[in-house]
Design a binder for this molecule. Structure first.
Ligand SMILES: [Zn+2]
Length: 118
């Protein structure tokens, strides 16, 4: 994968993720005052609404993390350091970049990171 292809894929992925974020904001239960007549039936739904909004919050956090990774990769593309390990500076394997253009570590240092965060 070359830098141009990576930029296209990352930009596309970012757009997809941020659209997802807007969706969850639009559909969040409105905090506005309810009509008095509707109060009763709304409090009955309260439990499931809270659960649903927590699920959406989780999705949004994950999406936000992914967007941050993509922004990092786009910054490295701008600086010409994309495709290199941020720890040792060696080229990252092509098959890793094909699967994940936002990869910022070689196999060795990615494994080290995953070991230390466990
Ligand atoms: Zn490395």
């Amino acid at each position: 994968m070359d830098a141009e292809e990576a930029r296209r894929e990352l930009t596309e992925e970012r757009r997809r993720l941020t659209e997802l974020g807007e969706w969850s904001q639009e559909h969040r239960p409105a905090p506005s005052v309810q009509q008095e007549g509707a109060m009763g039936q709304h409090s009955a739904d309260y439990g499931s609404e809270v659960e649903e909004s927590m699920e959406r919050q989780g999705l949004t956090d994950e999406a936000r993390r992914q967007v941050a990774e993509i922004d990092d990769a786009l910054t490295r593309l701008d600086h010409g350091t994309w495709g290199r390990c941020v720890v040792c500076g060696r080229d990252i394997d092509d098959d890793r970049l094909d699967a994940r253009p936002q990869a910022d570590r070689c196999r060795e240092h990615q494994e080290e990171l995953e070991r230390s965060s466990r």
